[in-house]
Design a protein. Sequence first.
Length: 157
Amino acid sequence: MGREEFALRVQAIRERLYRAAFLYLGSEADALEAVDEAVYQALRSLKKLREPAYFETWLTRILINECHKELRRRKRLACGEELPETGGPEQFDHLPLKEALLHLPEELRSVIILRYFAGYTQAETAQSLGLPQGTVATRQRRALGLLRLELGEEANP
């Protein structure tokens, strides 16, 4: 895959990558920076991509790693303190669904973000997270049940 094809394929999925990063990080600026860094890292490692058919899941995995890196950095900086809130897109931080997502364990939150907010299929989510598809299905069901409870809805049997 050449640089031109790389650029075209990145452009085609940039919106999905941004949505996933925004839900992980909760900040427009941090999400844009994470996407840019993931694209940069992918371009640097392009020769390591063995199977071009898996480009999207490969790049998504790089993005997830960048988001985790940023979250670890925030924890170190916070030293137990809350990060100050700012204006902008963060005004939606207190929406019930976003609050409920923040209460989910990381492994469940990742599945929900990729499936419902980034628009990935179950197979793509499994590939991106490096999990079997059955595990993704189980985590999705568990996460949806927890979200229903958190939002005050009764879980359907």
